[in-house]
Design a binder for this molecule. Structure first.
Ligand code: ACO
Length: 338
C-alpha cells in the first residue's frame, strides 16, 4: 500500500528528540527466578539482556511527559508552541481521557489538540504519519509525536513465551511545519503504512475491552495480558518490514544504497538481522538497543532514534530509514533526511 506523498503547503521536519526509560532494571537472570528460562535462552533467541520496569506510581503519561520535555528542550520550543500532541500507546493511562490529554496537562501544552492512536508496535510511525499530514496541510505548526508504553501492566509473569520480551519506556519527537524551499534538517521525506486485520488473533490482549470484559469468572485465566504466536509473528514481521522499507525508499525517490542508518522496531535481534540481510545492509547500518530495553512497542523507534542521534550515530544529511511492525497486524516505515 504505497502512500502518495503529494506536493503540499509545507514539509515536516523532526527538530528535537527525547526519551525516558524508567530506572528499575530487570535482568534475564532475575527473570529466570520468576519463570523457567535462562539468560542463555533469552539472549540467544532474542538479543535481549535486560528491560526497564516503571514504578507502580508511574503511568504511561508520566513516561511520555518526561520524554516530551526532553524532546522540547532539544528542539528549543516551549510547551505553548505545541499545537498537536499524538500519543501512540497500547497501555493508555485509562480508556479515556486520552493519554495525550494527560501529557498536555503535565507539560502545560495549553494550545495543543490531543489524541491517542492504537497501532501496537507500529504506533509511533502511524502517529508520525498522522501528525505529518496535519503539518503538511498547514493546519498545525508544531507537533509532539510520542510513543510510550507501560507494557509491564500487560504481562503475564507466568508465561515465559511472552514475559521475557517486553519492557517499559517512552520516546518523543517534536516535528515542525517548514517552508518546502528551506533546507531544514530532519525532513520527513516519505511515510508508508499498512494493516491486515485478518491476523488479529496472532498477537493480542484479548480481555479487558468490550469484547471480553474482565469478570470474577475469567480473571484467573489472565485474558488482559499479551497472547502471541511467536513464530507466525516473526515470519510476518520480516516480510512486511522489508516490503515497507522498499516502499518508503521508493516514495522518497531513493534506493537501498542511499541508506545511512536503519532504525527498526526493536523486537528481536534475529528479526532485525533478517531485515538487514534482505535489504543487503551491513549490521553497522542497523541501530539496536533492544539488549538494554527489550521490546517497548510504540516506544522503540523514538527511543532508538533519540539514542542514535545523541550517540552521534546519525548526522546531518544522513538518510535514516525507520520501520516497524506490530499487532493488528500493522506495519509502517518512513524515510528521514537527518
Ligand atoms: N525460556 C526458555 N524456553 C522458552 C522460552 C523462554 N523464555 N519461551 C519459549 N520457550 C520454549 C518453548 O516452550 C518451546 O519449547 P518446546 O519445544 O519444548 O515446546 C521452545 O522454547 C521453542 O519455542 P518457540 O516459540 O518455537 O521458539 P522460537 O525460536 O520461535 O522463539 C520467540 C520464540 C523468541 C518469541 C520468536 O518466535 C520471536 O521472536 N517471535 C517474534 C515475536 C515478537 O517479537 N513479538 C513481539 C511483538 S510483535 C513485534 O514487536 C514485531
Amino acid at each position: 500500500m504505497l502512500t502518495p506523498n503529494p506536493p503540499s503547503a509545507c514539509v515536516s521536519s523532526i527538530i528535537g528528540t527525547g526519551s525516558y526509560m524508567p530506572e528499575k532494571i530487570l535482568t534475564n537472570d532475575e527473570l529466570s527466578k520468576i519463570v523457567e528460562t535462562s539468560d542463555e535462552w533469552i539472549s540467544s533467541r532474542t538479543g535481549i539482556r535486560e528491560r526497564r520496569i516503571a514504578a507502580d506510581d508511574q503511568a504511561t503519561s508520566d513516561l511520555a511527559s518526561e520524554a516530551a520535555r526532553r524532546a522540547m528542550t532539544a528542539a528549543g520550543v516551549t510547551p505553548e508552541e505545541i499545537d498537536l500532541i499524538v500519543v501512540a500507546t497500547v497501555t493508555p493511562d485509562m480508556f479515556f481521557p486520552s493519554t495525550a490529554c494527560f501529557v498536555q496537562k503535565k507539560i502545560g501544552a495549553t494550545n495543543a489538540v490531543c489524541f491517542d492512536i492504537s497501532a501496537a508496535c507500529s504506533g509511533f510511525l502511524y502517529a508520525l504519519q498522522i501528525a505529518r499530514h496535519f503539518l503538511n496541510a498547514g493546519t498545525r505548526t508544531t507537533a509532539l509525536v510520542i510513543g510510550a508504553e507501560k507494557l509491564s501492566t500487560l504481562i503475564n509473569w507466568k508465561d515465559r513465551n511472552t514475559c521475557v520480551l517486553f519492557g517499559d519506556g517512552a520516546g518523543a519527537v517534536v516535528i515542525r511545519a517548514e517552508d518546502p524551499g528551506k533546507d531544514a534538517p530532519g525532513r520527513v521525506l516519505s511515510t508508508v503504512m499498512g494493516s491486515d486485520g485478518t491476523l488479529t488473533d496472532v498477537l493480542k490482549v484479548p480481555g479487558g475491552g468490550s469484547a471480553c470484559p474482565i469478570t470474577a469468572e475469567n480473571v484467573a485465566s489472565r485474558p488482559n495480558t499479551i497472547h502471541m504466536e511467536g513464530r507466525e509473528t516473526f515470519k510476518h514481521a520480516v516480510t512486511r518490514m522489508c516490503k515497507a522499507s522498499e516502499q518508503a525508499l521508493e516514495a522518497a525517490g531513493l534506493t537501498k544504497s542511499d541508506i545511512d542508518m536503519v532504525i527498526p522496531h526493536q523486537a528481536n535481534a534475529r528479526i532485525i538481522s533478517a531485515i538487514a540481510d534482505r535489504l543487503g545492509l551491513p549490521m553497522e547500518k542497523t541501530f539496536m538497543n533492544l539488549d538494554k530495553y527489550g521490546n517497548t512497542s510504540a516506544a522503540t523507534i523514538p527511543v532508538a532514534l533519540d539514542e542514535a542521534h545523541r550517540q552521534g550515530k546519525i548526522k546531518r544529511g544522513d538518510v535514516v530509514l525507520l520501520v516497524a511492525f506490530g499487532g493488528g497486524f500493522t506495519w509502517a516505515s518512513s524515510v528521514v533526511r537527518w
